[in-house]
Write a protein that binds this ligand. Sequence first.
Ligand code: HAM
Length: 424
Amino acid sequence: MPRKKTYKTPRGTKDILPEEQKYWQFIFSKAESFYKSSGFQRIFTPVFEEEELFARSIGGGTDIVKKEMYTFRDKSGNRLALRPEGTAGIIRAYIEHGMHTLPQPVKLYYIEPFFRYERPQEGRQRQFWQFGFEIIGDCHPIIDAQGVLLAWQSYKELGLSGLSLQINSIGCVKCHPRFRKILQDYYKKRKEDLCSNCRRRISVNPLRILDCKQKKCQKLTKNAPQIIDNLCNDCHEHFKLVLEYLDETNLPYNLNPHLVRGLDYYTKTVFEFWYKEEGSQNALGGGGRYDNLVSDLGGKSTCAFGFSAGIDRIVLNLKQQKIPIPRKKPVYVFVAQLGESAKKKSLALLEKLWQENIGATCALSKDNIKSQLKQASKQDIPITLILGQKEIIDGTIIIRNMREGIQEVVSQERLIEELKKRLM
Ligand code: HAM
């Protein structure tokens, strides 16, 4: 008989299996509670949007839009794309729902999957997760410092260390044309020494040459003109203040004149968090100010600042740094049953335990008490409740301390009280 075809996850995607879940749940819950308690509100946006939204925001000349977007036509012929990042959709939502009428700034956070058709390797997926935030409607440079600090704190909440903050200013639309020209002149003269990608970038996006990872391009970039020396007065003053505010914190930063980011919507401050200085998949997150995006997408002129962190890379780091993950609501109790009427009663017992917020599990389809106890000790559950024919008649239940092997009989009425005494 011919073998039936089996299926695998598409390249660059992965299943997150039960044994991996503790990392993901830990990150989700830490991000959620940290942003909530810092005055942010959660937002969900669709997994796909109009393709044009991303070209207009991230930039038609960027790698993300040119090479990495999953685009498709739906059955009505609309051109759509799986979102490669979150900021564009959130700004679309800000404008669509008239959020400029709310008290400003509007502070939103998200924890979502995103999609980029990239060459997969460790820490680089085609479906990957980010948590992040956007602060929309505030131009003050202290917001940049606060945003960087919030981003930093979100890694600290997870217990991560060894990260370096890279920061730069890429100026605004006033500084860009002049600096572009300066860079183009510099690289045109040295065109032969650039990689093929960067040769193309000279005319399309010369700033991106600055953060090319190819050795020969990096060599040229070492002596390239720096944007920081070519900022307009407003951008210069803004960045100076951001750094002065950051100096008020304990956050060490590295002024990195070659940091430009891969999305075109940024203005002024940009930043990234790197794990160690080297390696190509070392950015654990990044963001910056984007004061033109709201108006570019049809809204009123509105300043904004945001950040997102790569959860897949954080998981790798948590493992590498061997950070202990606290278990959330452990299973405290195993319900073991013997006989048909005990089996029936154990459902109500589970219900009661769960209502009392006591983590409980069982193997209700099993009949053999020995194999049930074996399961409980395999899962390292400290207490097993044993319910048999005799206990049903007497209105009692056995509490077995699994570590010491000691059993006590208590009345069913007093069970919760007795359990809480043992568990709290
Ligand atoms: P981004 O730098 O493109 O920024 O992505 C942020 C982080 O997502 C990266 O530093 C990295 O950790 C993670 N990441 C990106 N691509 C992948 C991938 N293919 N596989 C695994 N992880 C990945 C943004 O997305 C902006 N929306 C950030 C932002 C928010 N700017 C303003 N607001």
